[in-house]
Design a protein around this ligand. Structure first.
Ligand code: PLP
Length: 388
C-alpha cells in the first residue's frame, strides 16, 4: 500500500511513542498532584512546554496544550474575540478567509449565531490566496480578530502570513493562524511570522490523535472555552495530557522545529509527481497555487470522473489518498474551498488530494502517478452512469 493521505493523519513515529511511553505507564501521575508521581508528571509537562515553545519561537508560558487542532482553533477564535469584546464592546466583528477549516469557520459562525458578532469573509484568488488588498478591505474599526490559515488542507496553498499579520496588527487587531497543515513543513517561528496566536495538531506530525497546542502571545486577552480546575494557567481546564504533550513536543522537535528539515526533498518529489500527473492524464487540472504550496500536497481535478470513483479505483491499485479533505469526504456537496477558488461545482466534485509525509520516496510517487493514469482512464471509460 502507498499511503498518500498524510494531510488527514500520520502514523505515530517510533521515537514519539518511546518518548511518551513512560508517562502512560510507570510515570502516570497527575501533573497537579503534590507527591513524587505528580512532580514527575509536572516536570515532564514543563519540559514538553519548553520544547514546544522552542519550536514555535515563543516563551513556554505562551503555549497552551489542547486536545488537538480543532480545540486550539476554537479557543483562539472564540477566546480572543469574546475577551476583546468584553473589554471593548464596540469590537463585534470577526474576519476569516473563505478557505478556512471548519474548526475556524464554525467557531466564527458560532460567534455570529450565539453572540451576535458580524462575520466578514475575505475572498481568495483562483489559487486560494488571500491578498493584502482583500484583507485590508475587510478590516473595520470594530474588528476584534482576524483568523487566516497558514496552509490550506485541501489544495495546499500557503498564505503570505507574515504580511497579512503585519497588516492586521498595524491596525491593532490580533491575528490568529491555523498552522495545523503547515507545522512540520513551513517555518513556524511566531516572532518572524508576527502572529498573535497559532494552532498546531500532533497527529499531522507523527504524534497520536487528540493532542495539539495553541500559542497565544504575551498579554493577549483570552476567554477560556473549557472551564474547570484552572489548568494551563486558567486558559484551558482539564487534567493535562502529559504523554500527549510529550508526544507533540517530540514530534515537533523531530520535524525540525522552527525550520523544518524534509521540506526541500519532498518539494522536489511533489513537483515531479505533479508534472507526471499533468502530462499523463489528459484534462487534469492542478488546484491551488503552483509554487506557493505545501511541499506535501498535490491536488487535482479530473474532469469527466467523480473524485470518489477515482479514489476507489486507486485504492484497488494500492494507493490511498483522499477526495478533498477528510472532513468533506462522504458528503455529496462539492468542497466549499474549491468553490471559493472559482472552480465549477461539477469539476470540484472530481477533486483528488495526494498528501505525503516526510518518508515518501520517488519510487512510490512514480508508481502512484502511473496508478492515477490508469484509474482516471478506467473511471472515464465507464462513463457517467458508471461512476454516478
Ligand atoms: N485545521 C486544519 C487546517 C486541519 O487540516 C485540521 C485537521 O484536518 C484541523 C484544523 C483539525 O485538527 P484536529 O484533527 O487535531 O482536530
Amino acid at each position: 500500500m502507498i499511503f498518500l493521505d498524510a494531510a488527514a493523519t500520520t502514523p505515530v513515529r517510533r521515537e514519539v511513542l518511546e518518548a511518551m511511553w513512560p508517562y502512560l505507564t510507570g510515570e502516570f501521575g497527575n501533573a497537579s498532584s503534590h507527591h513524587s508521581l505528580g512532580d514527575a508528571a509536572a516536570t515532564a509537562l514543563a519540559g514538553a512546554r519548553a520544547a514546544t515553545a522552542k519550536a514555535l519561537g515563543c516563551r513556554p508560558g505562551e503555549v497552551i496544550f489542547t486536545s488537538g487542532g480543532t480545540e486550539a482553533d476554537n479557543l483562539a477564535v472564540k477566546g480572543i474575540a469574546l475577551a476583546r469584546r468584553a473589554a471593548e464592546p464596540r469590537l463585534d466583528r470577526v474576519v476569516i478567509s473563505a478557505v478556512e477549516h471548519p474548526a475556524v469557520e464554525e467557531s466564527a459562525r458560532y460567534l455570529e449565531r450565539v453572540h451576535g458578532f458580524a462575520l466578514d469573509v475575505v475572498p481568495v484568488d483562483s489559487y486560494g490566496r488571500v491578498t493584502e488588498e482583500a484583507l485590508a478591505a475587510a478590516l473595520r474599526p470594530e474588528t476584534a480578530l482576524v483568523s487566516i490559515m497558514y496552509a490550506n488542507n485541501e489544495v495546499g496553498t500557503v498564505q503570505p502570513i507574515a504580511r497579512l499579520a503585519a497588516l492586521a496588527r498595524s491596525r491593532g487587531i490580533p491575528f490568529h493562524t491555523d498552522a495545523v497543515q503547515g507545522a512540520g513543513w513551513l517555518p513556524l517561528d511566531t516572532t518572524v511570522l508576527g502572529v498573535d496566536a497559532l494552532s498546531i495538531s500532533g497527529h499531522k506530525l507523527g504524534a497520536p490523535k487528540g493532542n495539539g497546542a495553541l500559542f497565544v502571545r504575551g498579554r493577549t486577552r483570552l476567554e477560556p472555552v473549557i472551564h474547570g480546575g484552572g489548568q494551563e494557567r486558567g486558559r484551558r481546564s482539564g487534567t493535562e495530557n502529559v504523554a500527549g504533550a510529550v508526544a507533540l513536543a517530540t514530534a515537533l522537535t523531530l520535524a525540525g522545529g522552527t525550520r523544518p528539515v524534509p521540506a526541500a526533498r519532498v518539494e522536489s518529489l511533489r513537483d515531479d509527481f505533479i508534472r507526471s500527473v499533468l502530462s499523463g492524464v489528459p484534462g487534469a487540472v492542478l488546484t491551488g497555487h503552483p509554487s506557493q504550496r505545501l511541499p506535501s500536497v498535490a491536488s487535482f481535478c479530473f474532469p469527466g470522473t467523480s473524485g470518489e470513483s477515482v479514489l476507489l479505483e486507486l485504492e484497488r491499485q494500492g494507493v490511498i489518498c483522499s477526495s478533498g479533505s477528510a472532513c468533506a469526504a462522504g458528503s455529496d456537496e462539492p468542497s466549499p474551498v474549491l468553490l471559493a477558488l472559482g472552480i465549477e461545482p461539477a469539476v470540484a466534485q472530481t477533486a483528488v488530494r495526494f498528501s505525503f509525509d516526510s518518508t515518501v520516496t520517488a519510487a512510490e510517487l512514480q508508481e502512484a502517478a502511473a496508478a492515477v493514469r490508469t484509474a482516471v482512464g478506467s473511471v472515464r471509460a465507464l462513463g457517467p452512469t458508471g461512476w454516478q
